[in-house]
Design a protein around this ligand. Structure first.
Ligand code: XIL
Length: 377
């Protein structure tokens, strides 16, 4: 990029930060102001004026702190394409809390600093989840201790980043794999010791620690055809209603959207879920979009087209009902993706779930996301 356009970009981003601070109460909604300076889509053109309806849906990706330091092309691609980032692991319990009583913020601070220096908003992920728990939490013996640990953790982490992390996945993946009613939570130390109350404890504490933060409940496997996914949608709606009935603070639902190229999107089921979410006054974010391609044909062009096609079906179904406050993918480039941990291809070829390939070149998935970001406000 030319020096002049770079300084213009930085200038715009500074403007954004001022704007974002003013709009802090809006939380993530304020980041819409970043739209138009992204090179993820066509950059701002003409006189540089955009009306609200021209603003693009902010795009972001999960980012890795180590790679931001070791891999400069990757770092540049994040800066060039992302209006927001979410630390892929750095804010999880096992990263922050290797031992009881200890908080390690080096890596999360590094990502938050990187975001601030580059005018990129940072989302927080995650405060109450069954996964990525350090071994010592197995020793949490009773209700009082669980509540103390959960509250202390959220108080410490959320207040540290108050004003710097405007949106938090407070609760991640609360539902059982195949819930039979609204109280079918996925087993975790929190569900075991606190039952359904762990959600309200976590959300209330996050609201206390940062009253301006947007609080998100993040869930996966709610968009496909089949009885398990229908049961998950039903349980999610029941859960959201019960939180609302009890006055628990919550602003948005995050659809993770780990899609599978060979699983059909249930357009009607997904849209009914979104209509319910909307009726409850909650926003929607797409938080972890990628397309798991391990069963797809090996030919790259064919595979990339199928990946983009599934994402397009999903985004079309979503955008026909709501305008998501953000679209994030779980990683930017196929160079850094979680997919092969669980979904390695039999033919030994690398997975291609993300908008940029391993050489940081745009793929059809990139264009599909770009297209849906233009949905009018
Ligand atoms: C994944 C990370 O990407 C991996 O690097 C890590 O080893 C395991 O967790 N849903 C989530 C994310 O909410 O936190 C998960 O991230 C992917 C699935």
């Amino acid at each position: 990029m030319h020096r002049a356009s770079m300084s213009k970009l930085i200038h715009s981003r500074r403007d954004f930060l001022v704007h974002a601070a003013k709009a802090a109460a809006l939380g993530i909604s304020g980041t819409a102001a970043l739209s138009g300076v992204s090179s993820f889509a066509t950059p701002l053109t003409g006189a540089g004026q955009t009306s609200a309806s021209d603003e693009l849906i902010p795009y972001g990706a999960a980012a890795r702190s180590d790679a931001l330091v070791s891999d400069l092309p990757y770092r540049d691609a994040i800066i060039a394409n992302c209006r927001m980032i979410v630390p892929e692991s750095e804010l999880k319990w096992d990263a922050l809390r290797p031992t009881r009583g200890e908080f390690r913020f080096e890596k999360s601070d590094a990502i938050v600093d990187f975001g601030r220096q580059n005018g990129i908003a940072v989302r927080g992920h995650t405060l109450a989840w069954y996964g990525a728990m350090p071994g010592w939490t197995d020793e949490i013996a009773d209700r009082a201790e669980a509540e103390r640990e959960l509250v202390d953790h959220i108080e410490t982490v959320v207040s540290r980043y108050r004003g710097q992390i405007p949106s938090w996945d407070v609760v991640n993946e609360p539902l059982a794999e195949w819930p039979d009613d609204e109280f079918a939570f996925r087993p975790s130390i929190w569900a075991r010791r606190l039952g359904a109350d762990y959600l309200s404890i976590a959300l209330r504490e996050a609201a206390l620690a940062d009253p301006d933060a947007r609080l998100v409940l993040n869930e996966y496997d709610v968009e496909f055809k089949g009885p398990r996914f229908a049961a998950r949608r039903k349980a999610l709606i029941a859960l959201l209603r019960s939180l609302r009935d009890r006055g628990v603070p919550l602003h948005a639902v995050g659809l993770q959207a780990h899609l599978f190229a060979d699983r059909a999107i249930d357009r009607d089921g997904l849209q009914a879920l979104l209509a319910e979410i909307k009726a409850l006054g909650l926003d929607v974010l797409v938080t972890e979009l990628d397309v798991i391609d391990y069963t797809l044909p090996g030919r790259v062009s064919e595979r990339d087209a199928m990946v983009a096609g599934v994402a397009g079906q999903f985004l079309q179904a979503v955008c026909d009902v709501v305008r998501p406050k953000a679209i994030l993918t779980w990683g930017l480039s196929d160079r850094y993706t979680w997919v092969p941990i669980y979904f390695t291809r039999r033919d030994g070829m690398p997975n291609r779930p993300l908008p940029l390939d391993a050489d940081l070149r745009r793929k059809p998935l990139y264009d599909v996301i770009d297209e849906f970001r233009r949905k009018p406000a």
